[in-house]
Design a protein around this ligand. Structure first.
Ligand SMILES: [Fe+2]
Length: 239
C-alpha cells in the first residue's frame, strides 16, 4: 500500500552545472585595414578554392599558411585578440603572474558558398580563438556549431538523438550551440571543445575567419613549474 505523497515546500528547481566558457567580444574593424587583410588572404589562398575535398573550406593550416601572426597586415588584430585571450584566462581564474600564453598557430579559413568545415577540435592547443572578417550575424554564411563533450542530461546514453523518443527536447538537452558569424566578432573557447562550420548558404558571401591556437605554459623564470603545467619551452631540451 502506498502512502500519500509528502507535501513539498516549493517547486522542483534544476540548477545548471559546469558551464563551458565561451568568450565573445565585438571588435571594431577598420574598413581600410579590413580591405588590406582580405586582399592579403585572397593572395595567400591563390588558385586553390578548397581543401582537398571541394566541399571543404580552404584552411590555411592545411596549405602552409599557419603563421598569419607574422604577416604585418594582421599584427594589430592579433595583438587585440591576444589581449582578450588574456582577459578570458583572467576571468577563468588563471594567475597571470604564473602562466604564459603562447600563440602557437594562426591561420585563415575562407569558406565559399556550399562549403563546410567538419567537426573537430584542436588537441594540440589549450585555448582557441576565431575572429570573423565577414558575416552579418544572420548565420546565412555558416554558423560555428559547438558540441558538449557529453550529453549527461539525457541520462540514457544516445536518447537525445531523437528518432521517436521517448525523450523530447528541452532546455536541458541542447545537443549543440550555434554562433552566427559577424564581421569583427571574436570567440574564445577551450581548444578541446568540438566544433564545426555549417554550410555557407549565402549565395554570394565568402565566409572569412581567422583561427588562433594558444598554449599555456609556466613562466620562463619559474623555478618550480606547477604540476600539470608544462615548463616554458625555452627550458625544453631537443633530443
Ligand atoms: Fe577549429
Amino acid at each position: 500500500m502506498t502512502g500519500s505523497p509528502s507535501p513539498s515546500i516549493g517547486a522542483l528547481a534544476i540548477q545548471p552545472l559546469f558551464p563551458v566558457a565561451l568568450g565573445q567580444v565585438q571588435l571594431a574593424l577598420d574598413p581600410l585595414e579590413l580591405a588590406i587583410q582580405l586582399q592579403a588572404l585572397y593572395g595567400l589562398r591563390g588558385t586553390a578554392l578548397s581543401n582537398p575535398d571541394p566541399d571543404c573550406a580552404w584552411t590555411g593550416d592545411l596549405n602552409r599558411v599557419w603563421q598569419l601572426h607574422l604577416h604585418p597586415a594582421f599584427a594589430p588584430l592579433i595583438d587585440t585578440v591576444s589581449g582578450h585571450a588574456q582577459a578570458y584566462l583572467g576571468q577563468l581564474g588563471f594567475d597571470p603572474s604564473r602562466v604564459v600564453l603562447h600563440l602557437q598557430r594562426c591561420w585563415p579559413v575562407l569558406c565559399e558558398p556550399g562549403q563546410v568545415v567538419g567537426r573537430h577540435h584542436h588537441p594540440n592547443a589549450h585555448l582557441s580563438a576565431v575572429v570573423y572578417l565577414s558575416g552579418d550575424g544572420s548565420g546565412d554564411c555558416g554558423c560555428l556549431r559547438f558540441w558538449p563533450d557529453r550529453q549527461v542530461n539525457e541520462l540514457v546514453p544516445g536518447l537525445a538523438v531523437g528518432h521517436g523518443g521517448p525523450l523530447g527536447s528541452s532546455g536541458w538537452l541542447q545537443p549543440w550551440m550555434d554562433v552566427a558569424p559577424r564581421a569583427g566578432l571574436l570567440l574564445l573557447f577551450p581548444a578541446s571543445l568540438d566544433h564545426a562550420v555549417l554550410a555557407n548558404e549565402a549565395a554570394d558571401v565568402l565566409r572569412v575567419s581567422i583561427s588562433l591556437d594558444f598554449v599555456l605554459t609556466a613562466r620562463a623564470d619559474d623555478p618550480d613549474p606547477p604540476e600539470y603545467l608544462a615548463p616554458h619551452p625555452c627550458q625544453w631540451q631537443q633530443r
